[in-house]
Structure formats: C-alpha cells, structure tokens
Design a protein around this ligand. Structure first.
Ligand SMILES: C[S@@+](CC[C@H](N)C(=O)[O-])C[C@H]1O[C@@H](n2cnc3c(N)ncnc32)[C@H](O)[C@@H]1O
Length: 211
C-alpha cells in the first residue's frame, strides 16, 4: 500500500464511533487527503481554502456527486455552523506569524471541534524554512505548539518529520495530535486508533508548493 493508503488507515479504525466522521481539512490546497478519505468511504469531508484556484483543482478531480464540501474562505474570518471530529492542518497554521491571527485560529478550532475530537497539525519545526512561498513562517517544536494550543487542547502525541521535497530539499516538520477537551469532562477515547505517524508519512508525499 502506498503512502496515501496509509493516510487513510490513520483515520478509519474507529468501530465504536459509527459513520460518518466529520473531517475538516483546513487550507487543503492541492493535498490529496480528501481523495484518500473518500476512497475510505468518508462521507462528511470539508475542505476550506482561501484560494479558489486550489479548490478548483480539487473540484475538477472529484466525481460529480461527491459529498465533499469545498468552501472558499479565509479561515481567520470563517464562521462554521457545525462541528467536526477531526481538524487537519498541514502547512497552514505555520503561516500565522501574528499572535492575534494565531488566537483567532485556535479559537476557531476550539469552537469547531467536538469534545474529544482530534486536531492533527503539521507545522515547520524550528530548523524548518523561515519562509515559504515568499511568506514568513512561525516554527514550532512540540513544546512550542503546546504553548499555543494550550486552552482546551491536550497534546497527545508529537513527532518530527524530515520531509524530502520533490525539488530536492528537506523540510523539517513537527507533527502533533491534540485532543479537544471540554472543561470538567474526561477525554473521549474514540480517537484512540488515530495513528499520527501514518498521517505524517502520507503528509510527506503530498506537500504542495515550493518554499
Ligand atoms: C502550503 S499550502 C498547504 C496545502 C495542503 N494543506 C498540503 O499540505 O498540501 C497552504 C494552503 O493554505 C491555504 N491558506 C493559506 N492561508 C489561508 C487562510 N487564511 N484561510 C484559508 N486557507 C489558507 C493556501 O491557499 C494553500 O492552499
């Protein structure tokens, strides 16, 4: 099984939870995560991206009756009217170098994830690129991410990935799995089978854009 298949397996083993799980890919861009989720029968998948061009590329390759919702929005202004079980962000959060923007993002995710839900976050690590696509990046080790995602989230797992880009460079990522906690409630256990290292492997394959 290729890397994309591995990405799917990271999400599918949740027999106690029933279908469908609602997955939000924030700043999905050209990533093929949405394709892999569909192949695994996920029926509740949403991609939000500020770029219509990115969404158009996804729209073009989806089947006509695809259940995927493609939403063009700036995540920092977006006001979802529902909640999600998984919030996935690869290479988007690290563009938020302004503390006020970071706060808007963490507030949005806190509001949008159900208690016990998972935030799967892939951001440049401290040795990672200082700019990407001409934009400055914030870079994080697990402790750094934990400081930002402290309010209502608990860091469950983190690891580093040396991502070999198609153009021959290496990008260092920190991957983190946070759970959304609700005050006074214990953790939900329904995401116990989420295998972050597998998400990470898949992430390495589909990083879009050149830094
Ligand atoms: C480096 S790409 C990563 C794409 C994808 N997540 C991946 O890993 O391949 C960043 C994506 O985030 C989108 N993006 C950046 N800022 C955004 C924002 N404020 N709101 C929504 N999308 C945003 C861009 O349009 C782009 O598609």
């Amino acid at each position: 099984m290729g890397d994309d298949g591995i990405a799917v397996l990271a999400f599918v083993e949740h027999p106690d939870d029933g279908w469908p799980w609602a997955v939000l890919d924030a700043g999905g861009g050209a990533s093929q995560l949405v394709d892999r989720l569909l192949e695994a029968s996920y029926a509740d998948v949403t991609v939000v991206d500020i770029s219509e061009a990115s969404l158009a590329r996804v729209r073009d390759r989806l089947p006509e009756n695809s259940p995927v919702r493609l939403i063009r929005a700036d995540l920092l202004d977006w006001e979802p009217t529902r909640t999600f079980d998984v919030w996935h962000d690869r290479a988007v959060f690290h563009f938020l170098v302004d503390p006020a923007a970071r706060l808007r993002c963490t507030t949005l995710v806190a509001r949008s994830l159900r208690p016990g839900g998972a935030l799967v976050l892939g951001s440049f690590e401290p040795q990672g690129p200082t700019t990407c696509s001409g934009l400055p990046t914030a870079r994080y080790d697990p402790a750094g991410l934990n400081r930002v995602w402290t309010d209502g989230f608990v860091l469950e797992h983190a690891e580093q990935e040396d991502h070999a880009t198609p153009w021959g460079t290496t990008q260092q990522f920190t991957w983190a799995l946070f759970r959304r906690r609700q005050s006074g409630q214990p953790f939900a256990t329904s995401l116990r089978s989420l295998r972050l290292e597998q998400v990470t492997q898949a992430g390495a394959r589909t990083v879009a854009g050149r830094c």
